[in-house]
Design a binder for this molecule. Structure first.
Ligand code: SF4
Length: 438
């Protein structure tokens, strides 16, 4: 496995190869002169299926550079994040595979730290087999190699802490890299996959030194970049490496060189999201409450303080929700009965429209209360006015009907009397006419 070398460094991780080629060419003689698993697999696929296109999916951004310089072996390389957004955009869902363990699947261990070592068939006597991860540790080991302090060693190096399982373009979901490692170990078998065509000769790859970027940037330029990602003083520079650079300074230089995305700084993005979120809470016209599962208030906003008649949101913190509100709807949400726009009357006379939701992931109950007191009072007033108007109108109609009936009655009576008088008058005239002619 050592290839007869005193020290051998695995060359399957392109970011480590580039690190050595650019920053530590003295260690190049120790880099294994073999292609990476991606390149070797692509070569076999092209040989077995002439004319096919090979697309590689990876949690590693450096694989893109390796694919670009693979002389057409790998036609395209997408990160897991890119694949995920492509699938989402097209509305494609891939069903989850069960944990199907195959005996010949030892190389599934590759993405975890030490996975290359764990998949090796033979280990040479007298050699140490070690894995190193994280750029800083890799650089420290390379420094020791340069000084001649490392001998008889096979080194598996990965520039990402915990290796590819913790790659920058991984779709992490809820699993931590350590849990992913446990799952992967269970998923991998003990033997090797059968690889057709492998017998057709050894694959080799040469690694040559690469020039480092010659550009030098002044402190002012670097500070200007750092300020844009919220690093206004040395204490803001967390140097956490989650951007893939060993320090905030290195990251700023990479931004100036056009190699890194300015905003890819996890602590900065989190702070931004938190402050954006807290602005929404602070200025929301709706009262917002966040409770833990016991009903203790964890967070609220000025609108909620106004609804509940307390001087400030801080007066609600740590208090039980039932001191201020009927807790029933909040606790019902724990069993999945979320509430949407339900009217509630508060002990202080206010009327609110409540939307309550339980967040299982964070174990919190979120309540949004809209003060609709004025609206409801106006509505009640309009209803009362309408009822009063209807009552008065009904009375007027009743009175008018009475008058009409009386008039009709009077008219009826007088018509009958008139008819009677006229009949009598006519009779009298007839009688007189009859008497005169005799
Ligand atoms: S992620 Fe941000 S804080 Fe961490 S090293 Fe990179 S620039 Fe600095």
């Amino acid at each position: 496995a050592s290839g007869g070398k005193d020290v051998l460094i695995s060359s399957c991780r392109p970011s480590v190869n580039l690190l050595i080629q650019k920053h530590c060419p003295e260690a190049l003689p120790y880099l294994a002169e073999v292609p990476s698993p991606m390149e070797a697999h692509a070569k076999l696929l092209k040989r077995e299926h002439p004319g096919c296109s090979v697309v590689f999916f990876s949690p590693c951004i450096a694989k893109k550079q390796e694919a670009d310089s693979s002389f057409g072996m790998v036609d395209a390389c997408l990160t897991f994040l890119e694949l995920q957004s492509m699938l989402r955009e097209k509305g494609i869902e891939i069903p989850l595979m069960g944990e199907k363990k195959e005996e010949g699947s030892r190389t599934r261990l590759f993405p975890q730290e030490g996975g290359i070592l764990d998949s090796m068939e033979k280990r040479e006597k007298g050699y140490d087999y070690l894995s190193v991860s994280g750029v800083e540790d890799c650089l420290a080991v390379l420094e020791e190699i340069k000084k001649g302090n490392v001998h008889h060693a096979f080194l598996e190096m990965s520039s990402c802490h915990l290796s590819c399982l913790n790659g920058p373009a991984h779709v992490r979901g809820k699993k931590s890299p350590l849990l992913a490692e446990v799952a992967l170990s269970r998923f991998a078998g003990k033997g090797d996959f059968p690889v057709p065509g492998l017998e057709e000769g050894r694959m080799e790859k040469e690694f040559a030194p690469l020039p480092q970027s010659k550009k030098e940037f002044g402190e002012k330029e670097i500070e200007a970049v750092l300020r844009k990602i919220g690093k206004n003083s040395a204490k803001d520079e967390l140097n956490c490496s989650s951007c893939g650079y060993p320090s905030c300074h290195e990251k700023a230089k990479a931004v100036l060189e056009g190699k890194a995305n300015l905003e890819m700084c996890l602590p900065f993005l989190m702070e931004k999201a938190t402050s954006f979120g807290s602005d929404i809470v602070e200025y929301s016209p709706n009262g917002i409450l966040v409770l833990n599962e016991d009903g203790t208030i964890q967070l609220s906003n000025p609108a909620m303080a106004a609804i509940l008649g307390v001087p400030a949101p801080s007066a609600l913190l740590g208090r039980s929700v039932q001191e201020f509100l009927d807790p029933e709807l909040f606790f019902l949400s724990l069993s999945g009965e979320n509430t949407r726009l339900k009217k509630m009357s508060l002990p202080n006379g206010k009327i609110v429209e409540a939307t309550i939701h339980y967040d299982e992931k964070f174990h919190i109950i979120l309540g949004s209360l809209r003060d609709v007191t004025d609206h409801e009072l106006r509505k009640a007033r309009h209803l009362k006015d309408a009822e009063e108007t209807a009552r008065v109108t009904s009375e007027v109609i009743d009175r008018n009907m009475e008058a009409v009936q009386k008039i009709a009655q009077l008219l009826g009576e007088s018509a009958a009397e008139t008819k009677l008088a006229l009949t009598r008058l006519s009779q009298t005239i007839q009688d007189r006419k009859g008497g005169g002619s005799k």
